[in-house]
Unconditional design. Structure first.
Length: 257
């Protein structure tokens, strides 16, 4: 188990800094300093650093806290969370339709639209980037592609979530039998999946905008390479998928029949 120590000190310039150090342990992380420091480049921007590397930049106030206070809270959460687990537990997470960085089942920081816009990314992409920044600074492998690296902090905490691509179907399929024998209704919240049992409830989150919908699996498909779930028209409308047709999503199994 890696042990971390933290202290808040006042720097010469009046900045509040959270500093941390560690002893070697089973998690294999040692000599770590976790700090909240003011950016030397941009006034009012605070950085969370790990081993001297900036891993998260806090640019906006939120929840009644200044950027400095937010950075110190994030640094403290990160320090405490890493007392029990190793760097490989650092993951992007989804929580009530918003994206975040988590360590195991513990929230570290929420990612908001303002920070995503500054970084020219979606909230999901920024959560993944911040997670990888922390992992890299601690010597853990970074996360890539469509591996099941996203976790859910809703309900059953720490549940693994698959990242894939969703499409939708309607039109000529409306009113036809599905693979279950049920008549397809494009106005109901259902979906097709190649392997999940019929009746499984799945929460689908659009990674581009954070919108969510819960659907019931009642058909097989999609049969186009690179697509993982086919939503009904109503489900697609709920997460703004009609226009683009295909989008990256988080697929979280809520219950299986």
């Amino acid at each position: 188990m890696a042990m971390y120590l933290v202290a808040f000190v006042l720097t010469i310039g009046g900045g509040l800094v959270a500093t941390g150090g560690s002893a070697a342990g089973a998690a294999g992380v040692e000599g770590v300093a976790i700090e909240a420091v003011e950016s030397a480049v941009q006034a009012g921007v605070w950085e969370v650093t790990v081993r001297g590397q900036a891993v998260i930049r806090i640019r906006a106030e939120a929840g009644g806290m200044s950027t400095r206070e937010r950075a110190c809270v994030v640094a403290e959460r990160l320090r405490k969370s890493l007392e029990d687990v190793g760097a490989e537990a650092v993951m992007p997470a989804v929580m009530r339709g918003s994206f975040a960085v988590a360590v195991g089942d513990r929230l570290i920081v929420m990612v908001d639209l303002r920070h995503a816009a500054v970084n020219r990314s979606s909230c999901y992409e920024l959560a993944l980037r911040w997670s990888n920044n922390i992992r890299a600074a601690l010597g853990a492998p970074v996360l890539h592609g469509r591996s099941g690296h996203l976790v859910s902090l809703d309900g059953e905490r720490g549940r693994s979530v698959r990242v894939g691509r969703a499409s939708w179907y309607g039109g000529r399929w409306h009113g036809r039998p599905t693979a279950t024998g049920e008549i397809y209704d494009q106005n109901s919240l259902t979906a097709a999946h190649r392997t999940l049992p019929f009746g499984t409830l799945v929460r689908v989150t659009n990674l581009s905008n954070g919108k969510q919908v819960t659907v019931r699996i009642n058909n097989r498909g999609p049969y186009v390479a690179g697509r993982d779930i086919d939503l009904s028209r109503a489900a697609a409308e709920a997460i703004d998928l009609i226009g683009p047709g295909v989008a990256p999503v988080a697929i979280e199994v809520l219950s299986e029949k």
